[in-house]
Design a protein around this ligand. Structure first.
Ligand code: DAH
Length: 349
């Protein structure tokens, strides 16, 4: 039997067989690309070379060879896609093999945080007052001049304003509160007596900082209003607080003072927790540590919130939280609390 195929057809068949054979041995995606360029590439591909030569053949033969070349091309493309599927699957499997997850490795430790010493002090303080029947509230740090000053009997021209250098948000109208006392007003406006409330929070004063002064610090405001309420009750509450916070033997003393929103007003001290009153560096050799301001709520303030001063009276006090934390933990510079230095903070775990 004679081979009826033309020279070109034999050439094509040989090419197909060689290409298919080589393809079966290719194992990488890069190898597939090379193979594709070699056989099917438009510029230098072997099949393209044959197709380009078609022009030289006589009409009838050109058609036959052209069809055969196309069949080979389609076949090779099909084989390429088939092989590509296998190669990709294999490469994925190998990658998975390499990336095995060792579930026995120890995890990366997540460092554990803890409460800031001021937050901790605030909580302890709130707990003590809560045990005495006080409820804890919060108030806005951006205040109006009305709540921060006027409603507390500090009119615009009052010299008491000089003691509290203010950060104004809107001069004369809106400010960063200089004290937690505006919450006395906010609370009384919202509820009827009896009132027993404390309000801890940040306060702001535009003043130079040093070891005992910061532009941002914290106070806790206390307020009690009832039909029967005296300075003796104020004293009892403050003393109980000092003893629960600093030890059962603490003594408290009251000194006459002046605040526009209380009458009479007093400042109170606690005997020095370091020397028990004999005098040391901590108490500046006075034997006493200043704790806060206080007094009986001024009748004007009561009237301002619609309380009848002939029926109700109240006392109020304000304490500095940093001061309490500094004494409790033996911190000698108030600025450490806000510096965010972990060497300092992590001592309070
Ligand atoms: N708000 C005052 C201050 O920052 C402290 C104070 C004094 C609060 C007397 C009071 C009070 O409630 O009765 O200096």
């Amino acid at each position: 039997m004679t081979d009826e195929r033309t020279e070109e057809e034999r050439q094509l068949e040989a090419l197909r067989a060689r290409a298919a054979g080589e393809l079966a041995a290719v194992v990488t995606a890069a190898g597939l690309d090379e193979w594709r360029t070699r056989y099917l590439g438009r510029e230098r591909g072997e099949l393209s070379a044959i197709l380009k030569g078609l022009g030289k053949l006589p009409g009838e033969q050109r058609k036959l060879v052209g069809q055969a070349a196309n069949t080979v091309k389609v076949e090779l493309e099909r084989l390429l896609e088939e092989r590509r599927g296998e190669v990709v699957a294999r490469e994925r499997a190998e990658a998975l093999e390499r990336e095995t997850l060792d579930v026995t490795l120890p995890g990366r430790p997540i460092p554990r945080g803890h409460m800031h010493p001021l937050s901790r002090t605030t909580r302890q303080l709130a707990e003590i007052f809560e045990r005495m029947g006080f409820q804890t509230f919060q108030g806005p740090e951006v205040e109006t001049d009305y709540y921060n000053f006027q409603a507390l009997n500090i009119p615009a021209d009052h010299p008491a304003r000089d003691m509290q250098d203010t950060f104004w948000v809107l001069p004369g109208q809106i400010l960063l509160r200089t004290q937690t006392s505006p919450n006395q007003i906010r609370i009384m406006e919202r509820m009827r007596p009896p009132v027993r409330a404390i309000v801890p929070g940040a306060v702001y004063r535009s003043e130079a900082t040093d070891a005992s002064h910061e532009a941002v610090f914290h106070q806790v405001e206390g307020l009690l209003v009832d039909e029967v309420c005296t300075m003796a009750d104020l004293r009892g509450i403050v003393e109980r607080f000092a003893r629960e916070m600093f030890g059962a033997n603490r003594k408290v003393r009251f000194r006459p003072s002046y605040f526009p929103f209380t009458e009479p007003s007093a400042e109170f001290d606690m005997d020095c927790i370091n020397c028990d009153g004999s005098g040391c560096r901590i108490c500046k050799y006075s034997g006493w540590l200043e704790m806060g301001g206080s007094g009986m709520v001024h009748p004007k303030v009561l009237r301002g919130v619609g309380y009848d001063p002939s029926v109700y009276r109240g006392f109020a006090f304000g304490l500095g939280i940093e001061r309490i934390a500094m004494l409790r933990y033996g911190v000698e510079d108030i600025r450490l609390f806000a510096e965010n230095d972990l060497r300092f903070l992590s001592q309070f775990r």
